[in-house]
Design a protein around this ligand. Sequence first.
Ligand code: SF4
Ligand code: SF4
Length: 453
Amino acid sequence: MKKTFSIGGVHPDDKKISAGCAIEVLPAPKTVYISMSQHLGAPATPTVSAGDKVKVGQVIGEPAGFISAFVHSSVSGTVKSVGPYKDLAGNAVTHVAIEVEGDEWMEGIDTSDTLVTEIPEDTEFIVDRIKGNGVVGLGGATFPTNVKLCPPPGKKADILILNGAECEPYLTSDYRIMIEKSRQIVVGAALMKHVLGVQHVVIGIEENKPEAIAKMKEAVLELSAGSSDYAGIEVMTLKKKYPQGGEKQLIDAVTHRQVKSMGLPIDVGAVVQNVATSLAVYEAVQKNKPLIDNTLTVTGECFPKQSNVLVRVGTPLSYIVDSLGGIPENAAKAISGGPMMGKAISNMDAATLKGTSSILFLTEEQTRRKEETNCIRCGKCVEACPMGLEPFLLNKLARNGMMDELEQNAIQDCIECGCCLYSCPANIPLLDVIRIAKGQVIRAIKSRTAPKK
Ligand code: SF4
Ligand code: SF4
């Protein structure tokens, strides 16, 4: 029987209408705007100034703390400015704007298509390359990958899980890279396996992606026949259920281990990385290529040209959409990410980040919220919650500002998956209410537990 996670979950329609679209490389725009906040943790500190000449792959921002990451130029050209530029929510964030001139790469980056399968013995070298090339988790959290691959003292992983679930409706960029870059992803997995010193790697893919499963299995078979470095890597077909791509849900599905409230995957001996991160690790280590581009899906029933495109980091969203035919007339809303967890785009001039996975257009009809009615205590939100929470209760406590009770009822464990909202027959905006209250509770916990100065 195919595995899946044990608590809650829902089955939204797939809508993978861009699944058949091979990855197209989009030419660089005239100007890129590269954010210094490309990752979880402290924003990077810019290392260039207006007027500087830069090449593709050159460092333009360095980490400003332990949880931070290098940022590189995705183009060659002249730095136009270093300063505030609006992100997709309209917030001013420090960006480096670069006017594109030619396509000159830093020396030492291997831009050939040759597959490099030999795994370096030196794990420090691997981690340094991952860090130096600015690799961050591409499954949504953008946590610096080098940090995740070096568990704190006393913690040890015994399994690496690659997330190929891509359980959000509409998104197909991970699906396409699993088909088109399967061997590179498996080499990336072997590199991380070596760093972590684990014997077992599971690449979890949902059953609705048979072509990706076949390609990844073929790649594992081929590479493991050639070297023992690839032993212990397996592809696991998972039952389709949202949000299987959540770290805790994927660990449960693959290992049946449960990460406790406020716990981390490493507490149960697991490290989870996305398949796109594994590809970035391959490129960083084997090709010395910084994370300067990524594949994203441009989709929606109202969007005429379904696409998966490889774009340089810092490309304005408007440039991508215009290159593919422009914003559809009947589009009422654009989302970055999927419809369940994605964020509304309020500024189409915002630029892509390392972790941008999609631009999704929805019509008025698709986004219209139905009228909210009273809770009928049907319990559907409780049944659907993959974190075992009671969303109806959290909603009530949040609306009454009962912060202590919210914490006691573990609102901080909410993964903002939207399963409760999706299931509620009373159309109560559970996710919206819970998300705001969760932010307040986490801030309160942090201020209480922060070391005294
Ligand atoms: S959004 Fe939070 S409360 Fe709602 S189902 Fe997901 S984890 Fe549970
Ligand atoms: S699903 Fe909606 S109506 Fe049912 S218990 Fe939860 S909040 Fe109430």
